[in-house]
Every structure is written in C-alpha cells, then in structure tokens.
Design a protein around this ligand. Structure first.
Ligand code: ATR
Length: 270
C-alpha cells in the first residue's frame, strides 16, 4: 500500500496542497497518497496520532496549527526552532516525530525564481506575526544590506528585529517609522484578507523594486495593486506555496520535483 501524507488545517477544504503533492508524486514516480484533513481546533495532537496509526508517514500543517505542531514534535530542525512553528511533520526512526518548517526557504526560492533583489538589497517586511517570524532567517541568510520590519503594533516589530539582530542588520518599528526606499517589499500581514492596506508612504520603491505578497488569490491583492501603481514589479505568494511544498516533499521522499511546471499549472487553472 502507498505511504500516506496529508495537510492538516481548519478550514482546509480550499487547500491546493493535495493537488500539488499528487503532481509531485507523478513527476518523481513516487507512490503515495495525499489528502486534506480538517483537524478539530482543540485536538490537533489527537488527529495527528490517529493519522499515524492509520499509516500516515508525514504531514503539512497550516493555519491555525503551526504552533501546536511545533509543540508536538519530538525533534525540531534548527530553522523550526528559530521560527517557533512547524509546517512539516514526519515520522522518523523509532517512530519519533520530526518537525521542520519550509515556509522561509520556500519564500526565498520563489524570490530567486523571480530574480528578486536580495544580496545587498534594502528589504522591508510588513507584519510581525508568525508568518513573518518564519521567513526572517532565510531572508537574512541571503545577505541583504538592511532589513526593516514594520508592523501596526510597533513593539512586536521591534522585538522581532532584536530577536534576529545576530543574523544581520535588522530594525523594527511602526508603519510611521518607514523612511527611504526599498528594493524588495514583502507583505506578510494578513491585512490583504480583509482588503485593507497598511498605511505606507507613496515613495516606497527604489528603481527596479519588487513587491511580494505572501498571500495569493484569483485577483491581485490590494497591496500588489497599490504597488503596481507606484511602478514596482509584483509577485504573489502562489510560488511560495509550491516551493514550500517541494521542500516538504524533499524531506519526506528525498526527491526534488519540478516546481516551475506546477506553478504554471496552478496559474492556468485559477
Ligand atoms: P500570521 O500567522 O498570518 O502571521 P498573526 O501572527 O496573527 O498571523 O499576524 C498577523 C499580522 O498581520 C500581524 O503583523 C498583524 O499586525 P498586529 O501585530 O498589529 O496585529 C497584521 N495585521 C492584521 N490585520 C492588519 C491590518 N488590518 N492592518 C495592518 N496589519 C494587520
């Protein structure tokens, strides 16, 4: 019987992960089944245990279970420890549960695929929640000149900046503290979901700047529409979704799928 994998979320019906991983399995000739499971909000650990008892070998974890998955893992990767969150679980030797996060590396791979300015760039990250904590380490590993975190609640951005100050030049503050221009602006707030836009200065983008929204949808987000009007190149988070999935697939199966093909397939079908 083929190995079982799944994505846990709540809600999870809209998830593209089953489709992505099914195509990855076809591409690489791996025999596996991948499904979406809506875990109860108050018993993520129980849902995971039941899945493993029925032959589950690994799982992706999405909103709102990433912190619970972090607590459940027996062994954490250094990057998951730093992120304080887990999006990939796998059953390892002696049935130990291994937790990792592939969101940050997924973002950076997608940025690289779009030739985004990274090394030596001035980067602005909007938001200071769990999603942003998960991307800071790989972003700083790309050696930007400076990275600023701006958030509605300034204190959260300041704390995050100081938590990561050992990895590079980081500053944090409120949106009103944003000054100067940036080569790369990443929206990691959930403001897009409600159709809202953080209050930002009009002169935000340097020449050739890229605006990236970690969210994606059938239509461009409010942030990307705003950025396009100000001359920035825009990219949504669909590619990040595919890249983080590919990194999880690699952890489980030790094979690297063709992400460009899957990204194109998803773009065509939405
Ligand atoms: P996630 O896991 O998606 O990061 P989170 O930890 O709840 O979720 O963080 C949500 C982020 O979006 C926060 O940075 C939040 O700002 P606050 O820290 O001030 O709450 C930001 N956010 C949510 N709605 C927003 C809005 N309407 N305008 C600006 N920022 C918003």
């Amino acid at each position: 019987m083929s190995d079982r994998y799944c994505v846990f979320g709540h809600p999870v019906g809209h998830s593209k992960s089953p489709r992505i991983h099914t195509v990855f399995a076809e591409q690489t000739g791996e025999s596996l089944r991948y499904e979406a499971i809506e875990a109860p909000l108050d018993d993520f650990a129980g849902a995971w245990r039941a899945f493993v008892a029925e032959g589950g070998r690994g799982a992706n974890v999405t909103v709102p279970f990433k912190e619970q998955a972090y607590r459940l893992a027996d062994v954490l990767s250094p990057r998951a420890q730093r992120a304080g969150a887990v999006n990939t679980l796998m059953v390892g030797k002696h049935e130990r549960v291994y937790g990792d996060t592939t969101d940050g590396v997924g973002l950076v791979r997608d940025l690289q695929a779009h030739a985004a300015p990274l090394e030596g760039a001035r980067i602005l990250v909007l938001g200071a929640g769990g999603a942003v904590r998960g991307i800071l380490e790989p972003l700083l590993a790309a050696n930007p000149a400076a990275l600023m975190i701006a958030n509605r609640t300034a204190a959260k951005a300041e704390r995050l900046a100081s938590d990561f100050a050992d990895l590079g030049e980081t500053t944090g503050g409120g949106f009103d503290a944003v000054v100067g221009t940036f080569d790369l602006v990443i929206n990691g707030t959930s403001a897009s979901l409600g159709g809202e836009l953080p209050p930002l200065p009009d002169e935000l983008f340097a020449d050739g700047a890229l605006a990236y929204d970690m969210m994606y949808g059938a239509e461009p987000t409010v942030f990307l529409r705003w950025a396009a009007k100000r001359g920035a190149r825009t990219v949504d988070g669909l590619g990040m979704l595919v890249e983080q999935a590919a990194e999880s697939f690699f952890l489980w199966r030790n094979k690297r799928p063709d992400t460009a093909a899957v990204r194109e397939m998803l773009r065509r079908s939405r």
